[in-house]
Design a protein. Structure first.
Ligand code: FAD
Ligand code: DHB
Length: 393
């Protein structure tokens, strides 16, 4: 059976796995990334779009921010729409920081290009099936490629394989504690060839459910609708989507959205999920493999990048100086940011979605919260500093 060897074996070529591989390379540490899907698939998988200031800084500082600087859309505020009113939250004025709209698949493309240009090793269509020897100093990643079984031997394994990956399941039973919450709704997301009618994102609370107006470029809009968790996408022809978006977003006199051909649509279930600790022996878990947030706070990809920034430093301290303190502290340090984002995402989700069919009390509380957040500078600053990302948590 073919066997390879590297220092850090990385499972998954999403933002977490690719960024970790890139950061390790900058510190002179070797890695191999194993990805079950094709390069074309991961480069075109439509997902998140909002980068916190800290994520932008990390990408730029590490030398992969050239296209992001050119094509990313810097946003200094967001709009909250409810009860027939629209209010801007001036995030940059309140925090001194901003967000950048840049698609996750663009981040993935930039990272893949940088790794390959530097001679890095990313094996696509390599499906990891099992991790062994995680409690030894020479763990083995077993994977299948071209119908053959292969092995990657390494010093450490980074499990960056998302919620449905295999890494988390390699930890013996009884070690991990799971904290989770399911929500009784999902998001229907569409990408449309329509110039966005706004410069900033709109988060709308409507009696028929939440809607979000976002974008990818001056020509492409990205929009989301709250739908039932078991919603059938076939029940949503384009005209129904536009009609529902108009109802939920065109609530301010004289304002209308721009329509155009829908290029893609999909439904994403919503959950909050954390597993602790984020490490077992020589396995380090990062990103969606250990925590999921509902997308309302736009935190998923940012958390994945923040995890691997810590891991990059921790592996460097080990390889350069034989230090174990950062590896030992990884889980506790990362979990502080994870839980801040868990709370923020849950809070934004609860404030903006229709939670139960007939709960007028809940709706009144939501409007009271939205009024407070759009009139109190203190509350608006609290929302803003979480949204643009807290440097320290
Ligand atoms: P991922 O991006 O999931 O990467 C994991 C990688 O591991 C994948 O490429 C996968 O193919 C690979 N993999 C899995 N199993 C194996 C295996 N056995 N062997 C080898 N490779 C494997 N966040 C937002 O903020 N806003 C959004 O609008 C939003 N929309 C989303 C829509 C969907 C459908 C999903 C699933 C997530 C969405 N998110 C969103 C969350 C955000 O995209 C994630 O938080 C982010 O992708 C996390 O990055 P990651 O690298 O940890 O995981
Ligand atoms: C986008 C996604 C989010 O989850 C969010 O809160 C804001 C924007 C987006 O895909 O553009």
């Amino acid at each position: 059976m073919p066997e390879m060897r590297t220092q850090v074996g990385i499972v998954g070529a999403g933002p977490a796995g690719l960024m970790l591989s890139h950061l390790l390379h900058l510190r002179g540490i070797e890695s191999v990334v194993l990805e079950s899907r094709s390069r074309d698939h991961v480069e075109h998988r439509l997902r998140a779009g909002v980068l916190e200031q800290g994520s932008v800084d990390l990408l730029c500082r590490s030398g992969v921010g050239e296209r992001l600087r050119r094509e990313g859309l810097r946003h200094e505020g967001i709009e909250l729409r409810f009860a027939g009113e629209s209010h801007r939250v001036p995030m940059a004025d309140l925090t001194g920081r901003a967000i950048t709209v840049y698609g996750q698949q663009e981040v993935v493309k930039d990272l893949i290009a940088a790794r390959l240009a530097a001679g890095g090793s990313i094996l696509f269509e390599a499906d990891v099936v099992r991790l062994d020897g995680l409690d030894s100093d020479s763990p083995v990643v077993h994977f299948r490629r071209d119908g053959r079984d292969e092995e990657l031997r390494c010093d450490f394994v980074a499990g960056c394989d998302g919620f449905h990956g295999v890494s988390r399941g390699a930890v013996p039973e009884g070690v991990l504690t799971t904290y989770e919450r399911a929500y009784p709704f999902a998001w229907l997301g569409v990408l449309a060839a329509a110039p966005p009618a706004v410069d900033e994102l709109i988060y709308a609370n409507h009696e028929r459910g939440f809607a979000l107006y976002s974008m990818r470029s001056p020509e492409i809009s990205r929009l989301y609708l709250q739908v039932a968790p078991d919603e059938d996408i076939a029940a949503w022809p384009d005209e129904r989507i536009w009609a529902e978006l108009r109802t939920r977003l065109e609530t301010v006199p004289g304002w209308s959205l721009n329509e155009g051909p829908i290029l893609e649509k999909s439904i994403t279930p919503m959950r909050s999920f954390v597993v602790e600790p984020m490490r077992w022996e020589r396995l380090f878990l990062a990103g969606d493999a250990v925590h999921i947030v509902p997308p309302t706070g736009a935190k998923g990809m940012n958390l994945a990048l923040a995890d691997v920034a810590l891991l990059g430093d921790a592996f460097a301290a080990w390889y350069d100086e034989g230090r174990t303190d950062l590896l030992d502290g990884y889980s506790a340090t990362a979990l502080r940011r994870v839980w801040r984002a868990q709370h923020f995402s849950w809070w934004m989700t609860s404030m903006l979605h229709r939670l139960e069919r007939d709960d007028p009390y809940e709706s009144k509380l939501q409007i009271a919260t939205l009024r407070y957040v759009t009139t109190s500078e203190a509350y608006a600053r609290s929302l803003s500093e979480n949204y643009v990302g807290l440097p320290e948590v």
